[in-house]
Ligand binder design. Structure first.
Ligand SMILES: Nc1ncnc2c1ncn2[C@@H]1O[C@H](COP(=O)(O)OP(=O)(O)OP(=O)(O)O)[C@@H](O)[C@H]1O
Ligand SMILES: [Mg+2]
Length: 224
């Protein structure tokens, strides 16, 4: 559950978000909009990576201005560029690194890492150098490293940009199955089929907030 109350974000000389008020409680929420409309900035507000210049962002009952570190442990964030997220030499080590703060027995870490890699088809790559994976496989690895932490909310910024059709479909299927609240920023509109709610941003404001059909219809008109 995320609540935004009259949120403005000013970066440099630019008003990037302008008066955003919304309560995000649905399980599957999409965010669409033109390049530069403020989507990534909005996503970064959801886990305290960005802070409002004015107004309040409340995530799982906590103000991001005061509890950003705690919120980041409960809210997973998947960046567009998986290279920004891969930190360890091998695939399995990278996923295990996510669990370092959990102080789990080594056998339990191994079990969880193997399970998540198998789920996303990376079990055959466990001992391979992470940076030698293809772009799509890196994206899946980054997803594994976030999901192994079982976050309460998952934020994804363009998770299918680098993926082929098969892997995009896998991500779409994963999104349908994940038990936690998921908020997805995307230009891949079919990914939002079946979502509970879609927000459309334009020049830092929410200009549509409705079902996927209705919101994306508005977005297509806006782009025409
Ligand atoms: N640190 C910054 N300083 C100044 N302007 C910034 C900064 N970060 C982002 N912006 C500006 O804010 C606007 C919104 O950026 P944002 O990345 O949120 O857009 P977006 O909707 O995610 O776009 P895209 O679809 O291209 O990913 C852009 O005009 C961008 O140039
Ligand atoms: Mg963006």
């Amino acid at each position: 559950m995320i609540d935004l109350a009259d949120v403005h974000v000013r970066l440099g000389q630019r008003d990037v978000l302008r008066g955003i008020t919304a309560t995000l409680a649905e399980r599957r929420i999409g965010v669409a909009g033109a390049n530069g409309s403020g989507k990534s900035t909005l996503a970064r507000l959801f886990n305290g990576l960005a802070l409002p210049s004015s107004g309040t962002v409340t995530v799982l009952g906590e103000d991001t201005r005061r509890h950003a570190a705690r919120i980041r442990r409960r809210v997973g964030f998947l960046f567009t560029d998986p290279d920004a997220q891969i930190v360890m030499p091998t695939v399995a080590e990278d996923v295990a690194f996510s669990l370092r703060r959990h102080k789990l027995p080594a056998a339990e870490v191994t079990r969880r890492v193997s399970a998540v890699l198998a789920r996303y088809g990376l079990d055959g790559h466990a001992d391979h150098p992470a940076h030698q994976l293809s772009g799509g496989q890196k994206q899946l690895l980054a997803l594994c490293s976030v999901l192994v932490l079982e976050p309460e909310i998952l934020i994804m910024d363009e998770p299918t940009t680098l993926l082929d059709l098969r892997h995009s479909r896998l991500v779409a299927e994963v999104l349908r199955e994940l038990p936690m609240q998921v908020i997805v920023v995307t230009h891949d509109l079919p990914l939002l089929d079946g979502f509970d709610r879609v927000l459309v941003l334009d020049e830092g404001r929410i200009v549509a907030d409705a079902t996927p059909e209705s919101a994306l219809g508005h977005y297509r008109k806006l782009m025409a």
